[in-house]
Structures are given as structure tokens and as C-alpha cells.
Ligand binder design. Structure first.
Ligand code: GDP
Length: 463
């Protein structure tokens, strides 16, 4: 049995982010049969406070032997089954920083709990039927969300908006299976199966699977976001562009060429998509050792980015240096940003030369914060979000769910082929069972330990 599924006993972990000297509240969460006993051993609630479920008690956490005070805290009691894990759960709401929560956690571990593994609270919620797998994944997505839209899609998963249609599809497959099996078992007593009805039912299921699969790209964009690298020779206005874009002053803007020596990063949100922007040092041959490292890093950043913003100076036009940089990044999806348009006449812009292969062009005056919205529109057009936004924004399946849905679809196509070839009914059921299994994997009705391990090990400890 996997380590995760062998989980028994009472578990404890710090449930809040652990940042030294920061945070006003830190929470230690305990789940399992010993949770209440641990609370009673460690927590002293003065006065006539009642130890009831779903109540907050005020008091002190003390070392049970030395009676030394560890923290002044609140205690939240949630008795089974009305808790996240459906077990007895208690939470100590301590002071922030790391000292209080670490000492309280230590006391829990010395008094009957063991340290929770990553995702173990949520795994218990799943094993006790409180959540299905898509909801558990929704929780991880919500914690990791980098844009409000990503959080929205995660919440939809959490509320069962994916689980519901998947369960319905699985039920439909089970109904068809029951029809076929009845014919296998009681062939003489039942009217013969109408192939056309079965095939049409399977087609409907496949169409719904395709609809769900179409949300995969959106899901990936929302979850992982886009990596965008701003490249160009020194002084064309890369840092100014990033500054104007992020409205921040994280990149140092100077008049000296080659002063953005390293890669500067910014996290932005464009049309709901989390965008990580890398401002790279000018990609060009250099003898300066420090700059060389910067140049190498920017080349790497440009090559790992989903999208390159090749920035040039409108006043100087397309130079041989621009050409050199272009040749290094032209295999990537690319937008040409013609910056400093405030310095030139409009006619000059229209006559400006650049390689004909470049199809996406944006004009900016970064120092004047002009053209940023055009840039964002061009980026969204390039990642085809207009199409994605037309899809159901509420749903965004992940790679695991997409793989299972694809498997279900393939199995259903095989069932259709089997029917068309007029093979015996036993053969129909084989692939139909395959589709039912794949759909069951998504919600967790049929799931292997290794899948569970993979899903829950991505969670943080305490979740
Ligand atoms: P980088 O080396 O490519 O990062 O270029 P910087 O962002 O450091 O900009 C170099 C110089 O060009 C600075 O003096 C900026 O103020 C100036 N600059 C940047 N964008 C514009 C623009 O759109 N118009 C004008 N006139 N100057 C700009």
C-alpha cells in the first residue's frame, strides 16, 4: 500500500504560510481521533467557556508538564463529521511568525499526533467522501491561482461543476452497458438491441467529452500562465516598457547601454491570464564578463519563453544588431514592438523596414506609457484567447483530466467500431468498460493509488 493511503492516526501541521517575523495569525491544524484530547492537554480556556463543536475558545497554550506559556491563542473545535476531513479537527489560531506555530506543532507531535504529509488533510477529505478528485484538484488550483480568473475556474471545480457532467456521462455509459449485458444474459427474453440507438447515445457522450476537452487550453493558460520575454538591443526601451506595463519601478531605467545586466521579472495579469514578463539584457555579442552572463541568461529566457517581444527603437529603425537578435529568436512566437514612436513622424513609421516574416507589430512610446493596451491585445490575439473566452469560462480541465477524457473518447470510438463490425456483444462491453473506467478516474470513483499519490503530493503540507 502506498505511503499516502496507509494514513491513519491523528495528523498535525501548520496550515498557514510560514514566514519568519511576518503574518498576524498562524494556524496549527490537527485532524483525527486524538485531536480533541490534544486540545484538552495543551489548551487552557479560562472562565466558563464551553468546549463545543464549531465554537471558538479563547485561552492559553501551555506545555503540559512544565506549564510554561507557549502562546495566547484561539481554539476552534470542529467535531466529526462536520469538518474538512470529516474527522475531529481542531485548530489553534496562534500569533504569526514562526516561533508560536512551530512550538505548538511540536507540542501536538509530542502529545499524540504525527506530522501530516503533503495533501494529507485533503486526501482524508477525499477518502471520507467529503470531496471528489476534481474538487480536491480545485482546492490545489485555488491555492496556486495567479489571477482572479484562475481562482474563478478553480472555485468552479471546487463546486463540482466538472464532477457533475463527468458523473452524468459515466452514468450514461453504465446505462448502455446494462442494456448490452442484459442482452448477453437474457438474450431470448428481450427484444434485440437497436445498433443505431446505441451508436447515437455514444455519439452524444463523445460530443460532450469533446466540449469538456476544448477547455484544456484555457485551463493550461489559466494555471501556468504565459512566459513573455522582452528582448532587444540596449537602450531601445525594454525596461521602460516593462515599467510602463507593470506600473512599477522594479527595472532600473538608465541611459547607459547594457545596464539591465540580468533578467528582471514581473508578474502581470493580461485578460485573466497570469503573465510572467522577463526583461532581458540586450542580446548581443559582448566582451564584458558580467554582461556576457546577462546576455547568456537573456538568450536562455528568450528561448524558454512562450512569447518574445522583440523591441526596437523607432528613431533608429531596423539595425544590423536588431537583425542579429531577431535571428536568434525568430523561431519563437514573436511580436515586434516598435518603441519611441514619439520621436518620429507618422510617415516615417509607415516606411520603417523590418523582416517580412514578422506579422505581429505593436507601436509604443514606453516612456509615455503609450501603446500598452495594444500590446496586451496583440498578446491575447496571439494566444487565441478570443476563441478560449468563447468557451465556458467556468470550466478549465487540467492535463490529468484531459488525458482521462481522451482515453474515454478513444474507448467510445472503439465501441462504435466494434458495433459497426458486427462483433459479438461481449466485445462491445470491453471498450465501454474502458470508457467507464477512464471517466471514473476523473472524479475518483475508480482510481489507483499511484494517481492519488501524484495528485496529493503536489499539495502543500497542512492542506
Ligand atoms: P533598455 O536598455 O532597452 O532597457 O532601455 P531603457 O528602458 O533603459 O531606455 C533607454 C532610454 O530610452 C531611457 O532614457 C528611456 O527614458 C528612453 N526611452 C524608453 N522608451 C522611450 C520612448 O518611448 N520614448 C522616448 N522618447 N524615450 C524612451
Amino acid at each position: 500500500m502506498s505511503e499516502l493511503l496507509a494514513t491513519t492516526g491523528t495528523i498535525a501541521a501548520i496550515a498557514t504560510a510560514i514566514v519568519p517575523q511576518q503574518g498576524s495569525v498562524g494556524i496549527v491544524r490537527v485532524s483525527g481521533s486524538q485531536a480533541l484530547a490534544i486540545a484538552q492537554t495543551l489548551f487552557h480556556a479560562p472562565g466558563k467557556q464551553v468546549w463545543e463543536s464549531h465554537r471558538i475558545l479563547y485561552g492559553y497554550i501551555r506545555h503540559p508538564q512544565t506549564r510554561q506559556l507557549v502562546d495566547e491563542a484561539l481554539l476552534l473545535i470542529m467535531k466529526a463529521p462536520r469538518s474538512y476531513t470529516r474527522e475531529d479537527v481542531i485548530e489553534f489560531h496562534c500569533h504569526g511568525g514562526i516561533m508560536a506555530v512551530q512550538q505548538v506543532l511540536q507540542l501536538c507531535l509530542e502529545n499524540g499526533a504525527r506530522l501530516a504529509q503533503a495533501g494529507e488533510f485533503t486526501l482524508r477529505a477525499f477518502l471520507h467522501g467529503r470531496l471528489d478528485l476534481t474538487q480536491a484538484e480545485g482546492i490545489a488550483d485555488l491555492v496556486g491561482a495567479k489571477s482572479p480568473q484562475a481562482a474563478q475556474a478553480a472555485l468552479a471545480g471546487l463546486q463540482g461543476k466538472l464532477a457533475h457532467p463527468i458523473r452524468q456521462l459515466r452514468t450514461n455509459c453504465l446505462d448502455i452497458l446494462a442494456e448490452i449485458e442484459a442482452r448477453i444474459d437474457f438474450e431470448e427474453d428481450l427484444p434485440p438491441l437497436d445498433d443505431k440507438v446505441i451508436i447515437s447515445a455514444i455519439e452524444n457522450i463523445s460530443a460532450e467529452i469533446s466540449r469538456l476537452l476544448a477547455t484544456k487550453d484555457q485551463g493550461e493558460l489559466l494555471r501556468s500562465g504565459l512566459k513573455v520575454a522582452i528582448v532587444g538591443r540596449p537602450n531601445v526601451g525594454k525596461s521602460s516598457l516593462l515599467n510602463a506595463w507593470s506600473q512599477s519601478d522594479r527595472a532600473i531605467v538608465t541611459d547607459l547601454p547594457g545596464t539591465t545586466r540580468d533578467v528582471v521579472e514581473s508578474q502581470l495579469v493580461v485578460g485573466g491570464i497570469p503573465v510572467q514578463v522577463l526583461d532581458t539584457a540586450g542580446i548581443r555579442a559582448t566582451s564584458d564578463q558580467v554582461e556576457k552572463i546577462g546576455v547568456e541568461r537573456s538568450r536562455h529566457a528568450a528561448n524558454t519563453a512562450d512569447l518574445v517581444l522583440l523591441t526596437i527603437d523607432a528613431a533608429t529603425g531596423w539595425t544590423t544588431d536588431d537583425q542579429e537578435i531577431y535571428e536568434q529568436v525568430q523561431h519563437r512566437p514573436l511580436i515586434l514592438v516598435i518603441n519611441k514612436i514619439d520621436l518620429v513622424e507618422k510617415q516615417f513609421l509607415t516606411s520603417l523596414k523590418y523582416p517580412q516574416n514578422i506579422h505581429h507589430i505593436v507601436y509604443t512610446a514606453a516612456a509615455q506609457k503609450q501603446g500598452i493596451s495594444h500590446l496586451e491585445t496583440a498578446i491575447l490575439a496571439l494566444v487565441k484567447t478570443e476563441k478560449l473566452q468563447a468557451a465556458d469560462m467556468d470550466l478549465a480541465i487540467n492535463q490529468r483530466q484531459a488525458a482521462a477524457l481522451t482515453q474515454a473518447k478513444i474507448s467510445l470510438e472503439q465501441v462504435q467500431a466494434t458495433i459497426n463490425q458486427q462483433l459479438p456483444l461481449d466485445f462491445w462491453t470491453i471498450d465501454l468498460r474502458g470508457a467507464i473506467h477512464a471517466l471514473g478516474e476523473i472524479t475518483g470513483e475508480e482510481v489507483t493509488e499511484s494517481v492519488l499519490d501524484r495528485i496529493f503530493s503536489k499539495f502543500c503540507i497542512g492542506k
